[in-house]
Design a protein around this ligand. Structure first.
Ligand code: GLN
Length: 518
């Protein structure tokens, strides 16, 4: 959200895939950063008084008719400019260099050799390192006044600069982690070239966002569907600080939450919690169980849970009447997932509350976390004083335990899986593994088998434990939890949870398995 009188760097979006990563790296260098479309009038950019400007990559070719462009004046304002990939090509194109289709398209990790070791942007960067390339065009002639900073085998002008005018151009993408020293290079640009002090912190984001929300919303009324997940909780915290009682949070307890979760959310956001807001908890457990009775097909279960959520929320929204804003905890990866973002953006509702906008009478959507990545959201959450337990909560699907109970969902089964899962999480914590495993949970298989307990025959359920490590949640491997830990969890579950006499550990990877079981 916009901030005043602050050292900032502006990222100009040409439709590249990694634009938010550029902004993120700048923030990591402790400099505030905002992204604007290349269509933004130059006067408007100038008025923001940026310390530097970064031009992103993009799908066009600069020499094509109608390609996304920038006026020459952009490079003549005395503001440092760094062009990345398309941005680099554009800088050369506009300033009199030449860009053509490359004989050899470069994609992936490429070795770069530094020619100008005195360059400010290559400070603390070794002469040889790996950068990430993704281009079909390349610069064949550089503009007057520029010198070569670095090259690769296929790319004579991998990095060029005009130090006097503070103009820099990289053909590669320093923002992606495959570029070994990319972070360093971007930091060098914002600190050494732009002269930013680097005093900005995520805490400032929180404070400034609160201020900006207050200005934007004024006396307006805001409605938020609070799920108890990190994102909606942090959004609620920011909005509560900004507009207090003008924020109403509706928290639907669908009876498919983890053990004690409903109460934990209420403890933080309810009347005796630390925030000043209107908190409505709807205890809709019975309604959900009734709807789910007899339903075993996973997709149908998901559908019922999703639709029922909309119904419940709609009823509450009707009681409140028209609101000015519908708030959502959308974070940047959601924006990307929806295939939106940046240049082509039209706001889409957050998948967790998908469909809500159609049922609520409101004027505008507010999404205070739209530019942030998950770990940044967590930092804001901690700054707001939201308990760690909530801030570092395990990812939890919208349909909740409904899809961690194979087959029909009943109140009894919910209790079983809640208790087993609580034990599992507690023991993972005790073993100090909670931050090393990507995601872990207990599920209730629909299988019953014979066992013996206290000399008596039992015929009870089997719990499945799942734990996976994953980088992107697209693929995953089973986590290698020490056998001792698994044994302890198993012992506790069969001893402490009624109607469970067997525990399995799921070692299937994704694919062919999925992370959740339904
Ligand atoms: N479209 C340009 C090219 O192919 C720029 C690509 C990019 O910015 N990643 O070279």
């Amino acid at each position: 959200m916009a901030q005043d009188n602050q050292e900032k760097v502006i990222v100009i979006d040409f439709g590249g895939q990694y634009n938010q990563l550029v902004a993120r790296r700048v923030r990591e260098a402790n400099v505030y950063c905002e992204i604007y479309s290349y269509r933004t009038p130059l006067d408007q950019i100038k008025a923001m008084n940026p310390k530097g400007i970064i031009l992103t990559g993009g799908p066009n070719s600069v020499y094509e008719e109608g390609a996304a462009s920038a006026p020459k004046e952009l490079f003549e304002m005395g503001i440092p400019v760094l062009g990345l990939c398309y941005g680099a090509q554009l800088m050369m194109h506009v300033l009199g260099g030449k860009v053509e289709k490359a004989p050899e398209r470069e994609y992936g990790k490429t070795e770069i050799l530094v020619d100008n070791t005195a360059s400010e942007v290559f400070r603390n960067v070794p002469d040889k390192s790996i950068v990430w390339m993704s281009h079909n065009d390349y610069i064949t002639a550089i503009a007057d006044g520029f010198v070569v900073d670095a090259h690769t085998v296929n790319c004579p002008y991998a990095a060029v600069e005009n130090a006097e005018k503070k103009l820099y151009a990289f053909q590669y993408h320093p923002e992606v982690l495959h570029s070994e020293y990319g972070r360093e290079m971007l930091k060098n640009f914002v600190h050494n070239v732009c002269g930013c002090a680097g005093t900005w912190r995520m805490d400032d984001f929180a404070e400034n966002t609160v201020k900006a929300l207050r200005e934007k919303i004024g006396d307006g009324k805001v409605l938020l569907a609070l799920s108890g997940g990190v994102d909606s909780s942090v959004a609620a915290g920011l909005l509560a600080k900004a507009v207090g009682k003008n924020l109403t949070c509706v928290f639907v307890d669908h009876g498919l939450l983890r053990k004690d979760e409903g109460d934990e959310v209420e403890a933080v956001f309810g009347p005796s919690g630390q925030f000043d807001l209107n908190f409505i908890r709807v205890n809709a457990q019975e309604r959900y169980y009734k709807k789910l009775a007899g339903v075993t097909e996973p997709e149908q279960k998901r559908k019922i849970i999703g639709e029922e959520f909309i119904r419940v929320f709609e009823e509450e929204a009707k009681k409140i009447g028209a609101v000015d804003y519908l708030a959502q905890g959308t974070i940047y990866p959601d924006v990307v997932e929806s295939g939106l973002g940046g240049e082509s953006a039209t706001i889409k509702s957050h998948h967790n509350v998908g469909g809500l906008p159609e049922f609520v009478d409101f004027k505008e959507i507010v999404e205070p976390l739209r530019d942030l990545f998950k770990d940044e959201v967590r930092k804001v959450g901690l700054h707001l004083g939201i308990p760690e337990k909530l801030v570092f909560r395990q990812p939890f699907p919208g349909p909740g335990l409904g899809i961690r109970i194979i087959g029909e969902v009943t109140a009894e089964k919910v209790k079983i899986v809640q208790d087993a899962d609580a034990i599992y999480r507690e023991e993972i914590d005790n073993a100090g593994l909670n931050k090393t495993i990507g995601q872990y949970f207990a599920a209730l298989t629909n299988m019953r088998s014979v066992g013996v307990m206290g000399d008596e025959r039992t015929y009870d359920y089997a719990i499945a434990l799942r734990a996976v490590n994953t980088v992107d949640f697209m693929t995953a491997d089973a986590a290698e939890i020490p056998f001792e830990v698994l044994k302890k969890v198993t012992n506790r579950i069969v001893n402490e949870v009624d109607h469970v006499n067997r525990v399995f550990y799921d070692i299937t990877s994704k694919p062919p398995g999925t992370i959740e079981m339904e």
